[in-house]
Design a protein around this ligand. Structure first.
Ligand code: ZN
Length: 583
């Protein structure tokens, strides 16, 4: 609706809807999932409200219905607020609904990131608006392209009509997550280690599944797809750990996986069924990036299941053999929502480059500890530590003398100089932060020979467990050095044995500085550029697997998944586990 104007014919003033949020009804999972009423399972979601142009085209998301395979630009439907809760009976043929569905889900993921991080979050490209093509090409694939500032969703003829990736909640949330994480942590697409190569895919799968599990209608329906969600009690035999895993988690992921066979969802399905094995982290079969990403997803989902089960057991039975559906659903939704906040907030507490799963675990633990020091009720952090340990991953921070193991070591004891920098300016100005960094380079162990740049300064506002605002400033700096292999030794690093001495490449370092509300440094999460402990294995990995001077696009990542048939074959055979091709 345009700004308020006078409807001349009726002589009344039309007031625009200025509510901060609005509601949309979306396809809960994908069109193959139907509820007890045999209709496609849908869910109502709340997203930021705005005055949309036809498309819908809004302040952050612009849906443009261009089909590159057919070279047709479809005209958008007129924009009507009243359509937002409508789901057509003919899902396949309603392009306007497809556009609304994809718009609403992307906005929900964006809003979820902004709520968790306590600030506005940009896409990874310059500019504010992400272009989204819901019917971009004839192919069962979807990907994020930074160069095009766009998300592309493909479609493909299936056995029962077309399969539209723009109707799969998981695929949309997954792709949106790529666009956001790449904006927050651009160095994570650089080749560095098996963990970093795996992180983007694993993280996007986690956000996708937790986004779905934080929808009340989905969890309620999926607990038992045969029974109406109006039934107030649910049989406790449906709530054993095994039944929950197979029923809701596995059930959801499996059906999504079947539709998106070969590109998405398959990873989810496999992640959930991975048996815990502390040897996994070091085993050869999990060196391949996509397989390794499943370990990350499995570790977080394991924590989800553990906490949810604990909560269900606490409710007790209302009637013999029966439990309150409301309590079970609340348990899932609240657990998924809290874990979603933890994983997203952890991005702020991660190092800016060369991420390892152990770093991500320490980041999650520390980020959550800062907001909720008392975790005694459901023990989220214990569940995460156990989830990661069950696949052989330990927190990167090994200081066991703290109240809780695995938190980043605080910077309070460092002899830092604050006198010559201005507190107010430090909260937003990269040059001011750089001055602080330079002044304290010895205490912070910042190498003064490397090219150093403060990449970002983010003021964040979060609500703490006491209800008060927690104001933090997150500043990110990067370091790089262009060197030849022969110089490695003089820098205290080890040259991979068969690397030619003339080979030129760049090594990276950097850190994330987290300041409290009075401008004091709380944490310095760093990757020291000349640390032999981390740089030697990284060089060895890059020299073995390729990618010393390259960066991968998401389109390439996803196409690789398809081209290389990185999927579990229908007959249950072993997927191939070849390594990344050298570049
Ligand atoms: Zn992906």
């Amino acid at each position: 609706m345009p700004p308020s104007k006078i409807d001349a014919a009726r002589q009344v003033v039309i007031v625009p809807n200025l509510q901060p949020t609005c509601k949309y009804r979306i396809v809960a999972l994908d069109p193959s999932i139907v509820g007890a009423d045999k209709k496609v399972l849908t869910a109502e979601i709340e997203i930021p409200n705005e005055q949309l142009s036809p498309g819908p085209r809004g302040y952050r998301v612009q849906v443009v219905d261009y089909d590159a395979s057919r070279q047709i630009l479809y005209k958008p439907a007129p924009q009507r607020e009243s359509d937002s809760l409508k789901v057509p009976d003919n899902l396949e043929g309603d392009r306007a609904f497809h556009a609304r569905n994809v718009y609403a889900i992307i906005m929900r993921v964006l809003a979820r990131f902004e709520r968790s991080l306590g600030r506005r979050v940009g896409w990874s490209f310059l500019g504010h608006q992400l272009t989204v093509a819901p019917h971009a090409f004839l192919d069962l694939n979807a990907y994020y392209s930074k160069e095009d500032r766009a998300l592309f969703f493909g479609y493909y003829p299936g056995d029962d009509g077309n399969v539209f990736t723009c109707l799969s909640h998981e695929v949309i949330a997954h792709e949106t997550t790529h666009a956001l994480v790449d904006g927050l942590r651009p160095n994570y697409t650089y080749p560095s280690s098996a963990d970093q190569a795996a992180f983007h895919e694993g993280f996007a799968d986690i956000v996708a599944l937790l986004s779905v599990l934080s929808l009340r209608e989905v969890v309620s329906a999926a607990l038992d797809l045969e029974i109406s969600p109006k039934e107030e009690l649910i049989r406790s035999t449906r709530l054993t750990e095994k039944a929950l895993k197979e029923g809701v988690l596995l059930g959801l992921a499996q059906q999504v996986g079947e539709v998106m066979y070969g590109t998405h969802g398959v990873a989810l399905r496999r992640s959930i069924t991975l048996p815990s094995d502390p040897q996994s982290a070091d085993s050869e079969q999990f060196k391949e990036p996509h397989r390794r990403g499943e370990l990350l997803a499995a570790a977080v989902l394991g924590a989800f299941l553990k906490i949810w089960k604990k909560r269900i057991d606490q409710f007790g039975e209302l009637e013999h053999g029966k439990v309150s559906r409301l309590g079970v659903v609340d348990g899932a939704v609240e657990t998924a929502d809290r874990l979603l906040t933890i994983v997203i907030r952890a991005l702020d507490y991660c190092p800016p480059n060369d991420l390892l799963f152990g770093d991500f675990l320490s980041a999650m633990l520390t980020a959550d500890y800062e907001l909720y020091p008392d975790d005694s009720r459901y023990r989220y952090r214990d569940a995460l530590r156990e989830g990661f340990a069950s696949f052989g991953f330990r927190p990167a921070a090994r200081n066991m003398t703290q109240e809780e193991p695995g938190l980043w070591i605080g910077a309070a004891d460092l002899p830092l100089i604050y006198k010559r920098t201005h507190h107010d300016s430090m909260g937003r100005n990269p040059d001011e932060v750089f001055r602080f960094l330079w002044e304290n380079r010895v205490a912070l162990r910042v190498n003064d020979d490397a090219y150093t740049k403060v990449e970002a300064v983010w003021p964040c506002y979060r609500v703490g467990s006491d209800g008060f605002f927690l104001h933090e400033t997150v500043a990110v700096y990067s370091q790089q050095m262009k060197i030849a292999a022969r110089e490695l030794r003089a820098l205290g690093l080890k040259k991979p044995s068969d690397m030619p001495p003339d080979l030129q490449f760049t090594i990276y370092g950097g850190g994330t500085l987290i300041f409290d509300e009075s401008g004091r440094l709380k944490y310095n999460v760093r990757k020291r550029i000349l640390s032999p402990k981390r740089q030697n294995p990284r060089l060895e990995y890059l020299w073995t697997y390729g990618g010393l001077n390259s960066k991968k696009s998401f389109a390439a990542l996803h196409l690789e998944r398809v081209v290389r048939h990185d999927i579990t074959p229908a007959d249950g055979g072993e997927p191939d586990a070849e390594t990344e091709p050298a570049e």
